[in-house]
Write a new protein. Structure first.
Length: 64
């Protein structure tokens, strides 16, 4: 299981790689710092949805 699918692994201020909605087909990773966690459930099969400090929203694929 990918670490990005479990909410307890993700904290505000963490450096992560996310896939934006428009990049889901290509799987392009965007790096940033977590500002806010948007997914309420404890896990999600496609990754926990977060908002980065620059305002971008996507699902966590990598944790750095």
């Amino acid at each position: 299981m990918n670490k990005g699918t479990v909410r307890s692994n993700i904290k505000e201020g963490l450096s992560v790689g996310i896939v934006l909605k428009e990049d889901q087909r290509t799987g392009k990773i965007t790096q940033g710092i977590v500002k806010r966690i948007l997914t309420n459930s404890s896990n999600h099969p496609h990754g926990i949805k977060v908002q980065l400090t620059n305002g971008q929203v996507g699902r966590v694929k990598e944790i750095y």
